[in-house]
Design a protein around this ligand. Structure first.
Ligand code: F6R
Length: 261
């Protein structure tokens, strides 16, 4: 059984939707995104990579193939990219998006945006990326995952909530978590370009997807602790429109907070 709750505390309001499992979380996320696509003429959609949204992207592809939901007028912005990996590198987030979604749908190439991880002027790249988001009118819906340490994008613990797109040194725990996609941990880049916390908070709406027991502690901290730069995802409590779709395992440490109904 699944349920919905909202956490209202100190002026913050998070909508929490409990899904049965990963499949159900993905199905609900897919439906949420599809509704936005259908309702918004030129949707500026912020994408995340990682394991969590993969099934959601598969469902978007399936829907495109079956029902022809079009992405022609969608403008996409990804959260982040590794520094040092070219667009063609199999582990780059450019390739992730191409392989997991973009090649199968009708999104226009010129409407796809990710930070360039191999630029010679990284400071300029960060500024340009931030400005581009502004020029396009800002992100309407930003999809997010969460790290076990509470990172959002690649904003690791200690990141100021005021940050715009910037360069980060990846936490060792993040490199270890992402090593599963590389042949060994030494190949995982040490740095990345990421939208800052402020960039994320400027999005009009945020959809946070969470699955699995390894995220239960992070969700517990998000729902029970106060704002703190030591836990980057807590910044989401400053945003007026955040929906969290989390499965039962991810919510297993906060069962009292999300009642089934
Ligand atoms: C991905 C990103 C990260 C991931 C997070 C969770 O673009 O910015 O914040 O969302 O590391 O990753 P998974 O989904 O693999 O657990």
């Amino acid at each position: 059984m699944s349920g919905q709750a909202s956490l209202e505390k100190g002026g913050t309001r998070l909508i929490i939707i409990q899904a049965d499992d990963y499949q159900d979380m993905s199905q609900r996320a897919f439906q949420f995104i599809k509704n936005k696509i259908e309702k918004t003429p030129v949707l500026k959609l912020g994408f995340a990579t990682g394991g969590t949204p993969q099934k959601t992207y598969e469902l978007l592809i399936e829907d495109f193939q079956k029902n022809g939901t079009s992405y022609k007028s969608i403008i996409s912005f990804n959260l982040d990219e590794y520094i040092g990996l070219s667009k063609e590198h199999p582990n780059s987030y450019h390739q992730y998006m191409e392989q997991k979604l973009f090649q199968y749908i009708d999104i226009e190439k010129e409407n796809i945006h990710l930070p360039n991880g191999v630029t010679t002027d990284i400071t300029k790249e960060c500024l340009n990326y931030e400005n581009l988001i502004e020029e396009k009118g800002g992100i309407d819906l930003q999809i997010l995952g969460i790290g076990e340490n509470g990172h959002i994008g690649f904003n690791e613990p200690g990141t100021s909530f005021d940050t715009l797109t910037h360069v980060v040194k990846l936490a060792q725990s993040t490199r270890e978590a992402n090593a599963r996609y590389f042949s060994n941990i030494a190949d995982v880049p040490t740095h990345a370009i990421t939208m800052g916390i402020q960039t994320i908070l400027k999005s009009k709406e945020i959809l946070l997807l969470v699955s699995g027991e390894n995220k239960a502690f992070a969700i517990k901290r998000l729902l029970t602790e106060d704002l703190s730069i030591d836990f980057p995802a807590s910044a989401l409590k400053k945003h007026p429109r955040v929906t969290i779709i989390a499965d039962k395992l991810a919510l297993s440490s906060v069962t009292g907070l999300v009642e089934s109904r």
